[in-house]
Design a protein around this ligand. Structure first.
Ligand code: ADP
Ligand code: MG
Length: 451
């Protein structure tokens, strides 16, 4: 049996032992990368989550199955290889043609910036021209014109691209004279949390305070995390007082950040706030053409028009669909007709449009913890359903915004105070409990993936 067959066999046996959803979530795109002479086997997994999860939960099973088929196996190592090909497209990968993916660049460890996000490749239209103009003004007048610059708008509309592009542009012009730092808010929060735990807060403070241009992405994540907010507030003030530039993105305007402390909100409002809205048809066409040029792909105009008219609310989705269509065209080697394109679009965006139901949330949590959904929504007091139930309550509230009485009703006709208590407990813990955050992120993947 060669490595590939060995892994195929192992997967098919694993598939019988764990739930289908878990199998698809954790093991799709997994590969046996290498088998060394000493009996060490290297397994590649799609992402860090999958690596953690598989290592902790399925390692024993995998080891046993592998050993069963090949008794020279002594040890398994796991690594992250990323996922370019989704499970359903796996059979296409037999054809080892070039895949239309973006060129690989690395994030600059010093600035945290991704070189792919540049102003040059940012298409400007009526949906983002104000944000774009403000960004240019910041590049020309670092720290002195719009400070802070606050860019807000929905998912996949180009916030990260734009704020990173400002950073890259400043870096290009001022070289090493200016210290630029991009950080996602979640990472900032994690740093503060571990800084407190390890008593290294001073180091973190020094690091942030020596920056000339601080770019913080998705600031809405800081809301309600008091200690991080406090730290950020102080850092913000120090930088601001010294005319250092601060650039922030958020999914909503400062006034609508509900859990944010008033003082921080008014600081944000003190600079320039610009929104990015949904791109119009022309902008979407221009974006499609730009992306095609970037990945050296080519599609007839009528196909571009279908995509531009169907995918209206998320540019990341446009990119995903473009990749799929190009991939399809290359692997199938048949002419692309509009019907196929429509089908690909349907399959991709349906998932996003469909609304999540309470049962789907409970189902995903149950699936994740390998308990029965009924156990979560009945009166069972067994210990192993306590955490799943609390997380279900949390997600019902967070994703669907359900009222506490409705949640109580759904979770075994419990009193609404139980729902409040559980929600708040999990919310508090997400501030400091990294494994819990990871579990929640994984469950969300399950919810959206299996719709
Ligand atoms: P957000 O941060 O708002 O969720 P991103 O900045 O991650 O969105 O954008 C999603 C994808 O769409 C990125 O790959 C980005 O390059 C692309 N994109 C968004 N807006 C534009 C634009 N105006 N021009 C070119 N590409 C864009
Ligand atoms: Mg973003």
């Amino acid at each position: 049996m060669n490595s590939e067959q060995l892994w195929e066999t192992t997967l098919s046996e694993l598939e019988l032992q764990i739930s289908r959803a878990n199998f698809l979530t954790w093991l799709k795109n997994s590969r046996l990368l290498e088998k060394k002479d000493g009996g060490e086997v290297l397994i590649g997994l799609a992402n860090n989550f999958a690596k953690e999860w598989v290592e902790n939960k399925y390692h024993k099973m995998i080891f046993e199955i592998l050993k069963n088929h090949d008794d020279s196996v002594k040890k398994i190592e796991y690594t992250v290889v990323g996922s370019k090909i989704s499970f359903s497209e796996k059979n296409f990968s037999e054809n080892k043609e070039r895949q239309p993916t973006l060129p690989e660049f690395k994030v600059d460890p010093e600035t945290g910036l991704h070189p792919r996000y540049v102003l040059n490749s940012f298409v400007v239209g009526s949906s983002n021209e104000l944000a774009y103009a403000a960004s240019l003004a910041v590049v020309k007048n670092v720290g002195s014109k719009y400070n802070p610059l606050f860019i807000y708008g929905g998912t996949g509309l180009g916030k990260t691209h734009l704020i990173q592009a400002i950073g890259n542009e400043i870096k290009k012009i001022y070289k090493n004279k200016v210290k630029v730092k991009y950080v996602h808010c979640e990472k900032f929060v994690n740093e503060v949390v571990s800084g407190i735990r390890n008593k290294r807060m001073e180091d973190i403070k020094d690091r942030y305070r020596s920056i000339d241009v601080l770019i913080i992405d998705d600031i809405q994540f800081i809301g309600g995390k008091e200690r991080s907010e406090e730290e950020f507030f102080h850092t913000f003030n120090v930088l601001h007082e010294n005319n250092k530039q601060i650039i922030i993105s958020s999914d909503r305007p400062p006034a609508s950040l509900p859990t944010l402390h008033e003082r921080l909100r008014s600081r944000f409002e003190g600079g320039m706030a610009a929104d990015i809205t949904y791109p119009d048809f022309e902008t979407r066409m221009a974006i499609i053409k730009t992306k095609l040029a970037e990945i050296k792909g080519d599609l007839p105009d009528n196909i571009c028009q279908i995509i531009a008219s169907r995918v209206q609310r998320n540019i990341r989705e446009i990119e995903g669909i473009l990749n799929k269509i190009l991939f399809y065209g290359e692997t199938k080697r048949i002419g692309l007709d509009s019907k196929t394109v429509e089908e690909i679009i349907d399959n991709t965006i349906k998932r996003v449009d469909k609304k999540v139901t309470p049962n789907q949330i409970i189902g995903a949590v149950a699936n994740f913890f390998e308990v029965l959904p009924e156990d979560i929504s009945n009166h069972s007091r067994r210990k192993k359903v306590i955490e799943p139930r609390q997380i279900s309550i949390f997600l019902l509230r967070e994703i669907l915004g359900m009222s506490y009485p409705d949640i109580g009703e759904k979770i075994g006709k419990r009193d609404h105070t139980t729902a409040i208590h559980s929600y708040e407990k999990i919310l508090r813990e997400t501030n400091k409990n990294q494994p819990l955050n990871q579990k929640i992120a994984l469950i969300k993947e399950l919810i959206y993936e299996n719709q």
